[in-house]
Design a protein around this ligand. Structure first.
Ligand code: SF4
Ligand code: SF4
Length: 243
């Protein structure tokens, strides 16, 4: 049965336990940290951070200062555009696991050219894939597939004690998301679920998505220019299949 996350941002305290737990489980090295004028640290996802708690401060319509937290990660798209892009260059670099719905990257991503990686990243509606400039490995959240295949929840979910991070059968997560949405809307009428029909990571947001992060919901990929279009048509596997 396909799995899903339900991420209830209204419960998040920004403790960043999920961010650290993800790094620990995947044995990712630390990043050098600097104060950038925000508690969001590191400033963006990178090859050593598959998960990032984004911070967004604003005034609501009544002048109250709000601080929104958004535990950003790969959405495990039901039809992943990053896989479509990568398959044009190196088959097997991106895997969509039928049993769980997890989208994960393999060592074969090292064979992707920089241009192929840029295509994957541009095609991702949430700007998720990152590349290690030294090894060439492209990486992101893998749903902790090793844990999930052994009937354990992903580490971020295991760590979160606020009820923000939830994981289970997709039908159960959808039910939970809809229940919480109805509850939250009593106080925040603009509350919504993000891209619920397209992804396996369902966010509940009390405010409009732009109050959380630039890519909280899907951004349409930028239209291709002539040069990019020609490059895609000439990519090796497309050419082979056309023949
Ligand atoms: Fe928010 Fe839970 Fe992550 Fe803490 S562990 S930052 S409460 S999602
Ligand atoms: Fe791929 Fe981006 Fe979808 Fe994750 S969110 S599966 S990286 S397209």
């Amino acid at each position: 049965m396909p799995k899903a996350f339900f991420i209830d941002t209204t419960r998040c305290t920004a403790c960043r336990g999920c961010q650290v737990a993800c790094k620990e489980w995947h044995e990712l090295p630390a990043n050098k940290t600097l104060q950038h004028g925000s508690h969001q640290n590191p400033p963006d996802l990178n090859a050593n951070n598959y998960k990032l708690v984004r911070f967004s401060e604003f005034r609501d319509s009544e002048g109250t200062v709000r601080w929104n937290f958004f535990a950003d990660q790969c959405r495990h798209c039901l039809e992943p555009p990053c896989k479509l892009a990568a398959d044009n260059y190196v088959e097997g670099a991106v895997v969509h696991d039928e049993a769980t719905g997890a989208v994960y990257y393999t060592e074969l991503t090292k064979k992707l050219s920089k241009e192929a990686f840029e295509e994957m990243r541009t095609d991702c509606p949430y700007n998720i894939p990152r590349r290690n400039e030294v090894t060439g490995l492209v990486s992101k959240c893998d749903m902790c597939i090793d844990r999930v295949r052994n009937d354990m929840v992903p580490m971020c979910v295991k760590t979160c004690c606020s009820g923000t991070m939830n994981f289970g059968e997709r039908a159960d997560m959808l039910r939970l998301a809809k229940e919480r949405l109805a509850e939250v809307r009593k106080e925040f009428p603009e509350a919504r679920l993000g891209d619920v029909d397209d992804v396996a990571v369902i966010y509940l947001m009390a405010f409009p998505p732009e109050r959380y992060a630039e890519n909280a919901v899907a951004m349409a990929p930028a239209p291709l220019n002539r040069q990019q279009l020609l490059a895609r048509l000439a990519s090796p596997l497309r050419a082979a299949t056309r023949g």
